[in-house]
Design a protein around this ligand. Structure first.
Ligand SMILES: Cc1ncc(COP(=O)(O)O)c(C=O)c1O
Length: 454
């Protein structure tokens, strides 16, 4: 009781005294070590100059630690914060909904789910129409895979329906989504995963065609091909411009579905509302998450064409989730879509992304001892260094200068810059100046042979 009362009292305050701040920091470190996972503390010690940083407040493109130190958020929650932190339209929508209903009965029809599904059908490419709302990206991918199998089984009642995915692709960490993720470090401890998954190199359409020909020759039926419009976790990998056009043709030729995993690329991040719009291609199923809930309430979804989704009409409860499409999440997502379109978030991401990438390329040329390349589109930008230790040092240096940036989850060879699209030009220039200072410092450390290996 004392512990919960203390937490309730603290969360009710936006400002804390110096004593309270210290107490929260020491409680937080102790609780993480004892009850969350001590490994997280070790990880933070290795990547940040102040591992005891505890976050407390956020707004727009910045957040503050408990002592009031400001950080410009260039990690963007790996794609959550496209609209920024606590966007007023989203907060207002959620507060208004909370005043009369938080969660749904599970039995009656809830109107916000209907409005959101309609909005998603209106704003997604091609004939995508029916939505299944869920709570996270991995759940959206799980549902997409199950729907593809249901659809394919209706056409071909085979027992061995496979999925083709891409090397280095990331689709989540529950069993189905992990099974189609192409990164050994995440997969190996959990073998055997879902059977029937084949991989092809990302960006190579001919490899997909050849894999499908092999599967056909050996009588192994494939239900779908799944890929990210731009690979996020792999380090902002942009495929060749004609890749998805060719992929679409190949999927149609072999009669399989195209699943676009838009969990990280959706909601404006790439300079278009949906990443696939960059390639002028409509998928049959699209998975979404992260920014969908406007960075206020978690939300996920998969949306499909009527032809595909109709396999769940007969039995709408073949796939369910208790909290999916709850009024908190749907009000947040409606607010998020409204603000994203009203404020032209895709346009802002395109313009600011081009500016940042241009300036980052200049910095990379000035520091060619450190950089391999800068790549990406819109506000999904990857800075690849010559060595992961350089990436570590750069992210540490930026953190100590009040800029949060993202390594890929397993190493820092590529740092991802994914700031909110509402970041101002002044904030971007501040980030670039701090990055310049950090790069000079890392270069000097390297010249002295003092770069710490991780
Ligand atoms: C492309 C993609 N798909 C799926 C996921 C999984 O989403 P979640 O972490 O919400 O389960 C992620 C998360 O990074 C992702 O980037």
């Amino acid at each position: 009781m004392r512990e919960s009362r203390k937490a309730l009292d603290l969360m009710a305050r936006s400002e804390l005294t110096a004593e309270q701040q210290e107490e929260v920091v020491s409680d937080c470190v102790a609780n993480f070590g004892r009850y969350v996972n001590p490994g997280i503390l070790e990880y933070r010690k290795s990547v940040s100059s102040d591992y005891t940083s505890v976050e407390w407040r956020d707004e727009g493109a910045v957040f503050y630690d408990i002592h009031g130190k400001e950080f410009i958020d260039c990690l963007g929650g790996f794609g959550i914060y496209t609209l920024g932190h606590r966007h007023p339209t989203v907060v207002k929508a959620v507060k208004a909904q909370l005043e009369h209903q938080a969660l749904h009965s599970q039995e009656l029809l809830d109107p916000m789910r209907g409005y959101l599904s309609h909005l998603l059908a209106m704003t997604t490419p091609g004939d995508l129409k029916y939505s299944f709302l869920c709570n996270s990206g991995t759940e959206a991918v799980e549902g997409s895979l199950k729907l593809a199998k249901l659809w394919a089984r209706r056409k071909k009642p085979s027992h061995t329906l496979g999925i083709i995915s891409t090397t280095r692709g990331f689709h989540g960490k529950s069993f189905g989504s992990l099974s189609v993720s192409g990164k050994g470090e995440f997969r190996e401890p959990f073998y055997p995963l879902m059977s029937g998954v084949r991989f092809v190199p990302y960006g190579d359409a001919d490899a997909l065609d050849k894999q499908l020909a092999i599967c056909d020759a050996i009588g192994f039926d494939i239900a779908a091909f799944i890929a990210e419009p731009i690979q996020g976790e792999a380090g902002a990998i942009v495929p060749p411009a004609d890749y998805f056009c060719k992929v679409r043709e190949i999927c149609d030729k072999w009669g399989i579905l195209l699943i676009a995993d838009e969990v990280q690329t959706g909601m404006g991040r790439t300079g278009k509302l949906w990443g696939m719009e960059n390639w002028g291609v409509a998928p049959d199923i699209m998975a979404m998450g992260k920014a969908l809930g406007g960075a206020v309430i978690p939300a996920g979804n998969f949306i499909a064409t009527e032809d595909v989704f109709s396999v769940m009409f007969d039995n709408p409860y073949i796939h369910t989730t208790t909290f999916g499409g709850n009024p908190m999440a749907t009000s947040a997502a409606i607010g998020a879509l409204h603000a994203t379109i009203e404020e032209d978030i895709p346009g802002q991401a395109a313009e600011k992304g081009a500016y940042l990438k241009g300036r980052l390329n200049e910095l990379a040329a000035d520091h060619d001892d450190l950089f391999e390349e800068v790549r990406g589109i819109g506000l999904i930008i990857g800075m690849q260094f010559k060595d992961p230790d350089i990436g570590y040092a750069v992210s540490q240096g930026l953190f100590s200068r009040g800029v949060l940036i993202g390594g890929t989850l397993f190493n820092s060879l590529t740092l991802r810059m994914q700031p909110p699209a509402v970041i101002s030009h002044e904030q971007m220039d501040t980030v670039l100046a701090r990055l310049d200072a950090t790069l000079s410092e890392v270069s000097a450390t390297m010249r002295r042979g003092e770069l710490v290996a991780h």
